[in-house]
Design a binder for this molecule. Structure first.
Ligand SMILES: [Zn+2]
Length: 232
């Protein structure tokens, strides 16, 4: 989205205040997917040129995403989108310390049904990286919560940035979206970056004995809209 003429173009975009630089679809390829529980679908995987941080983020077009884009552009229902931040331990190895794996699995099926996009964002450990996330796990084992551990390591509580998510959505033509997320910060950041978030669709809550404290901390600390009947 172009900045207004009265504003000087900033030398370096500042997250949350500057319009995003345009990115472009670089290539697209179809990838059949099968999850460990047997659920199978197919994704149109998009790569991009011009993403702000130079990392290899992906957009997965799921279900009838073309029809959803057309419908949204014509004023109908907005495109269903989940920005999912990479979590190697949860997404790939099935770690029970967080709920990323089940969130990813749920999002792929729901978006496949509705037609839309899953954005796979390469920002591990709330943006602090894989090794630092594992360091934070070690600190959590001494009693710190997930946010305190990040701060103890000299990081922000949450360093994720959705600039590249906005760039990908705008490059795909998805200007009006329904966000599949419990995180109000994602909707707020995308809105400031030029993506019109028309609604937020809550995801399910995937509680296990190992992640219940993590989920409770997320709910109380960062206004995640989680209903946790198992937690006092
Ligand atoms: Zn995770």
């Amino acid at each position: 989205m172009p900045h207004t003429p009265s504003e000087p173009a900033p030398a370096a975009p500042v997250a949350g205040t500057a319009p995003v630089r345009p990115a472009a679809v670089r290539r697209q390829v179809t990838v059949p997917m099968r999850f460990p529980d047997g659920y199978a679908t197919s994704a149109r995987v998009f790569t991009f040129d011009g993403l702000a941080d130079g990392r290899e983020h992906l957009a997965l077009g799921l279900g009838d995403w073309r029809r959803s884009l057309t419908r949204s552009a014509n004023g109908g229902r907005p495109v269903l989108v989940r920005p999912h931040s990479e979590c190697l331990t949860g997404d790939v190895f099935g770690s029970q310390r967080c709920d990323c794996g089940p969130q990813l699995r749920e999002a792929v099926e729901r978006i496949s049904e509705a037609g839309g996009f899953l954005l796979y964002l390469r920002q591990e450990g709330r943006g602090i990286g894989l090794y630092a996330k594992l360091d934070a796990y070690a600190l959590q084992d001494t009693g710190l919560d997930t946010y305190e551990a990040n701060v103890a390591l000299g990081h922000g509580e949450d360093e994720r940035d959705y600039t590249t998510a906005a760039q990908m959505l705008l490059a795909l033509g998805a200007r009006r979206v329904a966000l599949l997320s419990n995180n109000p910060d994602k909707a707020e950041q995308l809105g400031r970056l030029g993506v019109h978030v028309e609604s937020r669709v809550p995801t399910g809550v995937h509680v296990s004995a190992a992640n219940v404290r993590y989920l409770a901390t997320k709910a109380t600390h960062s206004a995640h809209t989680l209903d946790l009947p198992m937690v006092d």
